[in-house]
Design a protein around this ligand. Sequence first.
Ligand code: ZN
Length: 134
Amino acid sequence: MKESQSITGKGPVKVKCSFCGKEIECPENMMHSKKHMCYDCFRNAGELAEGEDLEQIHVDIPMDKINEVLPENMTNSLVNEIFPDVWKERKDKFKAMSKRKLAEEMFGAGAYIAIQQMLATMTEDEKNPRKQDG
Ligand SMILES: [Zn+2]
């Protein structure tokens, strides 16, 4: 074991995956995470992280994978958060629809929510400018 470098720089810190022990990198601002997870374990997270609080786990996702992982994750959480309400509210209406009409309706609802969220994020940025030019 060697500890030749102290954690002072801003670069990523080498940590071990809490699940398989593989060495991965962790950005300094994620070091407070209770656990770390490599990308391989993340792909199996359904089984591995059962009962774990995923928000407390830093996942080392390679840059080239973020584009496919992030939308998937965001979609899943949107579905989990929003779909039960939509379903409860409108299930009688849905039952009367043909499958095609229902699929259309849900696709539209999904697109609507996605655009709404995107606009909300953009508006928030405008309301809270990070720097002001004088
Ligand atoms: Zn791992």
